[in-house]
Write a protein that binds this ligand. Sequence first.
Ligand code: TMP
Length: 233
Amino acid sequence: MLYDGKAKTIFEGPTSDTVIQYFKDDATANNAEKHAIIDGKGVLNNSISDFLMRKIQEIGIPTHYIKKINMREQLVKKVEIIPIEVLVRNYFAGSLSKKFCIKEGTPLADTLIEYCLKSDELGDPHISSEHILNIGLCSFDELELIDEYSLRINDILRGIFYSIGINLIDFKLEFGICKKTKEVILADEISPDTCRLWDLKTNKKLDKDRFRRDLGDVEGAYQEVLERLDIKS
Ligand code: TMP
Protein backbone atom coordinates (compact mmCIF):
# COMPACT_ATOMS: atom_id res chain seq x y z
CA MET A 1 0.00 0.00 0.00
CA LEU A 2 1.31 3.44 -0.95
CA TYR A 3 -1.49 5.70 0.27
CA ASP A 4 -4.80 5.23 2.06
CA GLY A 5 -7.23 8.00 1.11
CA LYS A 6 -10.80 8.72 2.16
CA ALA A 7 -12.49 6.96 -0.76
CA LYS A 8 -9.62 5.13 -2.43
CA THR A 9 -6.46 3.22 -1.54
CA ILE A 10 -3.41 3.31 -3.79
CA PHE A 11 -1.27 0.19 -4.11
CA GLU A 12 1.99 -0.42 -5.94
CA GLY A 13 1.44 -1.49 -9.55
CA PRO A 14 3.14 -4.25 -11.54
CA THR A 15 5.75 -1.77 -12.85
CA SER A 16 7.45 1.22 -11.21
CA ASP A 17 5.47 3.72 -13.34
CA THR A 18 2.01 2.32 -12.53
CA VAL A 19 -0.21 2.10 -9.44
CA ILE A 20 -3.49 0.37 -8.60
CA GLN A 21 -6.45 2.46 -7.45
CA TYR A 22 -8.82 0.56 -5.15
CA PHE A 23 -12.30 2.12 -4.78
CA LYS A 24 -13.69 1.86 -1.25
CA ASP A 25 -17.30 2.08 -0.04
CA ASP A 26 -16.37 4.83 2.44
CA ALA A 27 -18.08 8.18 2.06
CA THR A 28 -16.91 11.29 3.91
CA ALA A 29 -18.07 14.89 4.03
CA ASN A 30 -17.13 18.08 5.89
CA ASN A 31 -13.44 17.22 5.91
CA ALA A 32 -14.20 13.68 7.18
CA GLU A 33 -16.36 14.84 10.12
CA LYS A 34 -19.17 12.79 8.59
CA HIS A 35 -18.42 9.20 7.58
CA ALA A 36 -20.44 6.22 6.38
CA ILE A 37 -20.10 3.03 4.41
CA ILE A 38 -22.31 2.94 1.34
CA ASP A 39 -22.52 -0.65 0.17
CA GLY A 40 -21.36 -1.00 -3.42
CA LYS A 41 -20.36 2.65 -3.93
CA GLY A 42 -16.76 1.71 -4.77
CA VAL A 43 -17.86 -0.78 -7.41
CA LEU A 44 -20.17 1.79 -9.04
CA ASN A 45 -17.57 4.60 -8.96
CA ASN A 46 -14.90 2.33 -10.41
CA SER A 47 -17.10 1.54 -13.43
CA ILE A 48 -18.38 5.10 -13.92
CA SER A 49 -14.92 6.65 -13.60
CA ASP A 50 -13.41 4.03 -15.93
CA PHE A 51 -16.06 4.85 -18.57
CA LEU A 52 -15.65 8.64 -18.31
CA MET A 53 -11.82 8.55 -18.23
CA ARG A 54 -11.86 6.51 -21.45
CA LYS A 55 -14.16 9.05 -23.13
CA ILE A 56 -11.82 11.87 -22.08
CA GLN A 57 -8.78 9.96 -23.28
CA GLU A 58 -10.52 9.40 -26.65
CA ILE A 59 -10.67 13.16 -27.31
CA GLY A 60 -6.90 13.43 -26.82
CA ILE A 61 -6.63 14.66 -23.25
CA PRO A 62 -3.90 12.73 -21.44
CA THR A 63 -5.17 10.83 -18.40
CA HIS A 64 -3.73 8.33 -15.95
CA TYR A 65 -6.15 5.71 -17.31
CA ILE A 66 -4.73 2.33 -18.35
CA LYS A 67 -7.42 -0.25 -17.61
CA LYS A 68 -10.00 -1.56 -15.17
CA ILE A 69 -8.64 -4.69 -13.47
CA ASN A 70 -11.65 -5.92 -11.54
CA MET A 71 -14.81 -4.66 -9.80
CA ARG A 72 -12.94 -2.36 -7.43
CA GLU A 73 -9.53 -1.78 -9.01
CA GLN A 74 -8.01 0.17 -11.89
CA LEU A 75 -4.46 0.13 -13.18
CA VAL A 76 -3.34 3.74 -13.69
CA LYS A 77 -0.16 5.62 -14.50
CA LYS A 78 1.86 6.77 -11.49
CA VAL A 79 1.73 10.53 -11.03
CA GLU A 80 2.87 13.13 -8.58
CA ILE A 81 -0.43 14.78 -7.70
CA ILE A 82 -0.48 18.58 -8.11
CA PRO A 83 -1.93 19.58 -4.72
CA ILE A 84 -4.91 21.53 -6.04
CA GLU A 85 -8.54 20.60 -6.60
CA VAL A 86 -9.94 22.16 -9.75
CA LEU A 87 -13.64 22.97 -9.41
CA VAL A 88 -15.48 23.46 -12.70
CA ARG A 89 -18.93 25.01 -12.43
CA ASN A 90 -21.77 25.52 -14.90
CA TYR A 91 -24.40 26.55 -12.33
CA PHE A 92 -24.42 28.03 -8.84
CA ALA A 93 -24.48 25.25 -6.22
CA GLY A 94 -22.79 24.15 -3.03
CA SER A 95 -20.11 26.44 -1.65
CA LEU A 96 -20.54 28.97 -4.48
CA SER A 97 -24.25 29.39 -3.76
CA LYS A 98 -23.47 29.77 -0.08
CA LYS A 99 -20.74 32.35 -0.68
CA PHE A 100 -22.95 34.67 -2.76
CA CYS A 101 -26.34 33.61 -1.39
CA ILE A 102 -27.52 32.76 -4.91
CA LYS A 103 -30.05 29.97 -5.39
CA GLU A 104 -28.67 26.57 -6.37
CA GLY A 105 -29.31 25.80 -10.03
CA THR A 106 -28.97 29.43 -11.18
CA PRO A 107 -26.93 29.32 -14.42
CA LEU A 108 -23.52 31.00 -14.47
CA ALA A 109 -22.88 33.50 -17.27
CA ASP A 110 -19.84 31.43 -18.26
CA THR A 111 -18.12 28.27 -17.03
CA LEU A 112 -16.27 29.11 -13.84
CA ILE A 113 -13.02 27.48 -12.70
CA GLU A 114 -12.03 27.69 -9.03
CA TYR A 115 -9.16 26.07 -7.15
CA CYS A 116 -8.77 24.63 -3.64
CA LEU A 117 -5.52 23.71 -1.94
CA LYS A 118 -5.47 19.99 -1.15
CA SER A 119 -4.84 20.15 2.58
CA ASP A 120 -6.94 18.26 5.15
CA GLU A 121 -5.14 20.20 7.88
CA LEU A 122 -6.28 23.55 6.46
CA GLY A 123 -9.70 22.28 5.33
CA ASP A 124 -8.97 22.60 1.57
CA PRO A 125 -9.14 26.43 1.37
CA HIS A 126 -10.12 28.15 -1.87
CA ILE A 127 -7.05 29.70 -3.53
CA SER A 128 -6.42 31.92 -6.58
CA SER A 129 -4.18 31.25 -9.57
CA GLU A 130 -1.82 33.88 -8.12
CA HIS A 131 -1.58 31.84 -4.91
CA ILE A 132 -0.86 28.70 -6.94
CA LEU A 133 1.94 30.34 -8.91
CA ASN A 134 3.42 32.29 -5.99
CA ILE A 135 3.50 29.27 -3.70
CA GLY A 136 4.86 27.21 -6.61
CA LEU A 137 2.21 24.48 -6.58
CA CYS A 138 2.69 24.21 -10.35
CA SER A 139 4.15 26.30 -13.19
CA PHE A 140 2.35 28.91 -15.30
CA ASP A 141 2.39 26.59 -18.34
CA GLU A 142 1.06 23.69 -16.29
CA LEU A 143 -1.78 25.82 -14.92
CA GLU A 144 -2.66 26.98 -18.44
CA LEU A 145 -2.87 23.34 -19.54
CA ILE A 146 -4.95 22.44 -16.48
CA ASP A 147 -7.46 25.20 -17.34
CA GLU A 148 -7.56 24.23 -21.02
CA TYR A 149 -8.07 20.52 -20.23
CA SER A 150 -10.69 21.33 -17.58
CA LEU A 151 -12.82 23.32 -20.04
CA ARG A 152 -12.56 20.61 -22.69
CA ILE A 153 -13.44 17.95 -20.12
CA ASN A 154 -16.45 20.06 -19.13
CA ASP A 155 -17.59 20.16 -22.77
CA ILE A 156 -17.40 16.42 -23.26
CA LEU A 157 -18.90 15.53 -19.88
CA ARG A 158 -21.79 17.99 -20.31
CA GLY A 159 -22.61 16.38 -23.64
CA ILE A 160 -22.39 12.82 -22.31
CA PHE A 161 -24.64 13.61 -19.34
CA TYR A 162 -27.07 15.77 -21.33
CA SER A 163 -27.64 12.87 -23.73
CA ILE A 164 -28.85 10.71 -20.83
CA GLY A 165 -31.07 13.37 -19.28
CA ILE A 166 -28.62 14.62 -16.65
CA ASN A 167 -27.46 18.19 -16.04
CA LEU A 168 -23.78 18.51 -15.06
CA ILE A 169 -23.93 21.26 -12.43
CA ASP A 170 -20.27 21.18 -11.34
CA PHE A 171 -17.39 18.79 -10.69
CA LYS A 172 -13.91 18.45 -9.26
CA LEU A 173 -10.76 17.38 -11.09
CA GLU A 174 -7.25 16.54 -9.97
CA PHE A 175 -4.17 16.55 -12.16
CA GLY A 176 -0.71 15.10 -11.71
CA ILE A 177 2.69 15.03 -13.32
CA CYS A 178 3.20 11.64 -15.00
CA LYS A 179 6.20 9.87 -13.47
CA LYS A 180 7.26 8.46 -16.84
CA THR A 181 6.63 11.34 -19.29
CA LYS A 182 6.64 14.35 -16.91
CA GLU A 183 3.52 15.70 -18.67
CA VAL A 184 0.40 17.06 -16.95
CA ILE A 185 -2.29 14.38 -16.99
CA LEU A 186 -5.77 14.00 -15.52
CA ALA A 187 -5.72 11.78 -12.41
CA ASP A 188 -7.98 10.68 -9.54
CA GLU A 189 -11.60 9.83 -10.50
CA ILE A 190 -14.73 11.27 -12.08
CA SER A 191 -17.86 9.86 -10.48
CA PRO A 192 -21.00 10.90 -8.60
CA ASP A 193 -18.64 11.43 -5.63
CA THR A 194 -16.90 14.26 -7.49
CA CYS A 195 -19.70 15.73 -9.65
CA ARG A 196 -23.08 17.35 -9.06
CA LEU A 197 -25.51 15.55 -11.36
CA TRP A 198 -29.15 16.63 -11.50
CA ASP A 199 -31.94 14.97 -13.46
CA LEU A 200 -32.76 17.35 -16.34
CA LYS A 201 -36.53 17.19 -15.83
CA THR A 202 -36.98 16.85 -12.07
CA ASN A 203 -33.66 18.25 -10.72
CA LYS A 204 -33.38 15.08 -8.60
CA LYS A 205 -29.85 14.87 -7.22
CA LEU A 206 -27.95 11.82 -8.48
CA ASP A 207 -24.68 12.47 -6.65
CA LYS A 208 -22.90 12.69 -3.30
CA ASP A 209 -25.13 15.54 -2.13
CA ARG A 210 -27.59 12.71 -1.29
CA PHE A 211 -25.06 11.66 1.36
CA ARG A 212 -23.89 15.15 2.38
CA ARG A 213 -27.49 16.33 2.89
CA ASP A 214 -29.01 13.07 4.18
CA LEU A 215 -31.37 12.71 1.21
CA GLY A 216 -31.21 8.89 1.31
CA ASP A 217 -30.78 6.19 -1.37
CA VAL A 218 -27.22 7.23 -2.27
CA GLU A 219 -26.43 3.86 -3.83
CA GLY A 220 -29.65 3.88 -5.87
CA ALA A 221 -28.75 7.26 -7.36
CA TYR A 222 -25.23 6.13 -8.29
CA GLN A 223 -26.70 2.95 -9.79
CA GLU A 224 -29.08 5.07 -11.86
CA VAL A 225 -26.13 7.06 -13.28
CA LEU A 226 -24.37 3.79 -14.20
CA GLU A 227 -27.49 2.41 -15.86
CA ARG A 228 -28.25 5.59 -17.80
CA LEU A 229 -24.66 5.61 -19.07
CA ASP A 230 -25.40 2.04 -20.24
CA ILE A 231 -22.21 0.74 -18.63
CA LYS A 232 -21.95 -3.04 -18.47
CA SER A 233 -19.82 -3.50 -15.35
P1 TMP B 1 -18.38 22.72 -3.54
O1 TMP B 1 -19.66 23.34 -4.01
O2 TMP B 1 -18.50 22.02 -2.23
O3 TMP B 1 -17.25 23.68 -3.57
O4 TMP B 1 -18.04 21.55 -4.60
C1 TMP B 1 -17.99 21.77 -5.98
C2 TMP B 1 -17.90 20.43 -6.71
O5 TMP B 1 -16.66 19.80 -6.48
C3 TMP B 1 -18.95 19.42 -6.28
O6 TMP B 1 -19.35 18.67 -7.43
C4 TMP B 1 -18.25 18.52 -5.32
C5 TMP B 1 -16.84 18.53 -5.83
N1 TMP B 1 -15.85 18.46 -4.77
C6 TMP B 1 -15.19 17.25 -4.52
O7 TMP B 1 -15.43 16.26 -5.21
N2 TMP B 1 -14.26 17.21 -3.52
C7 TMP B 1 -13.94 18.29 -2.76
O8 TMP B 1 -13.09 18.18 -1.87
C8 TMP B 1 -14.62 19.54 -3.04
C9 TMP B 1 -14.30 20.78 -2.22
C10 TMP B 1 -15.56 19.56 -4.03
